[in-house]
Design a protein around this ligand. Sequence first.
Ligand code: GAP
Length: 525
Amino acid sequence: MEKNLEQISSLCKRRGIIFPSSEIYGGINGFWDYGPLGSELKRNIRDAWWHFMVQWRNDVVGLDATIIMHPRIWEASGHAAGFADPMVDCKDCKKRFRADQLCEEQGKKLIQTGKTFQLPEGTVCTACGSKNLTEPRSFNLMFKTYVGPVEDDSAVAYLRPETAQAIFAQFTNIFSTARKQVPFGVAQSGKSFRNEINPRNYTFRSREFEQMELEFFIRPDEAVELICGKVATLADNPDLNGEPQENWGWEVWHRYWVEQRLAWYKLAGLPQEDLHLYWQTKDELAHYARACVDIEYAFPFGVQELEGIAARSDFDLSQHQKFSGKSMQVQDDRLRLVCAEMSQEAKDAFKAKVVADWTSRGKDAAAAEQFVEDLFLGRYVPHVIEPSAGTDRLALALICNAYDEEKLVDGKGKEDIRTVLHFAPALAPIKVAVLPLVKNKPELREKAWKLFTDLRRDWKCAWDETGAIGRRYRRQDEVGTPFCVTVDFDTLENDTVTVRLRDSMEQIRLPIAELPAYIRKAITL
Ligand code: GAP
């Protein structure tokens, strides 16, 4: 079925999944609210991510940091100077565009020389057709605010444009308290803000959104080599689905996280064939990044990024070390003990090799020597692999994927359309709807209410006693409830209920005593 974003957003509005923010005042572009069911969906997404990335592992811990942080953080990270998009205005109709998107829409590519941009010949305003466009100029995407009552330069602060930097800024506190050794990771989910020039495609590009980010800290390859003798690369065919190994270098760790994230998207219910990997080319990579792959999803408006997984070397921690003057090195006892056993000759040979390698890549020989001396003492600034996902983008992908309009024909040949959201049961906003067959029979209603109050202790449940039972099933189908449990006259006799399944519309009869175990099995991630 061809999926249509308008139909999907209209269902989301009608059923309390997503509303435009501040709608009674005409809305505000790039901001969205999640209603009663959308807030459940988003919480389920966050929880499922947290289970997979933190709770089920022994090498990842969590963080919940503030949105406003010291402004120096954004100087160190490069956001203050470089987190900008090129913007152009139409001088005739006054519309504003992101220059790269305006070019792309016309099958052209924005010309970039260093930090300056130029529109290619013949670019026009897509709103009015005018050629009277301004030159592209950089626009910093960070939202600015003031901390405290005085609005002067010393009080300037920013709403974070990514959750990641707090993890780097808190790295030493976490390392000294979490009792973890490298390799280990820190995960955080929460709000981020970007003053996008052109928010679009429903919630896809918003100005306020949530991210779920992991910074996974690993040893520099040189430390792995000292400990293991040789660094495993992808050419060694490592088992990426097994337990991580000590000899893995950054390349294997990066690929491992790509596989982990793909496995998670599969659990979340996104079909493999709708997910694409886009490997950034050398030209596209940020200067500090060694590799970056985008996991993309086939949205109704095109194949677009869901998550980026970057190998960011030691760039972030080193920048914070430089800007804060605080050491970001870890003490790695395993490395120190291995180096303590090495002969001076072996150490000299290793140092010469690293210096040659670094200088061949244009790096400073003295810095390479210091790096190796520190390694011999078991000290280094960890490198990092960063899987960074958008919660709202994933919510949108899951809604688009789940949306279906099924043509049904009843026994009399009458056609009907069933709108259904086929969410993975673990992520569905409501897990179970309890439906008393009739509402005017007190014992039956009481029995159903008791079942509802028992089940809702464990799961988000719905109670619906109005309308014909078929209509009630359809209402639940529309919001993706995987199970409808009907309490009827037989229930009063033998304590069994009808469980009606969303996807197959099949109905099965189960003893009430078996219901919780049945549901638990079906909704476990
Ligand atoms: N720390 C790395 C980082 O922030 P990013 O590619 O800029 O990388 C990561 O963002 C993810 O955050 C994206 O893949 C996307 O899912 C989400 N995201 C970024 N900008 C967004 C926006 N304006 N609206 C919704 N989600 C966004």
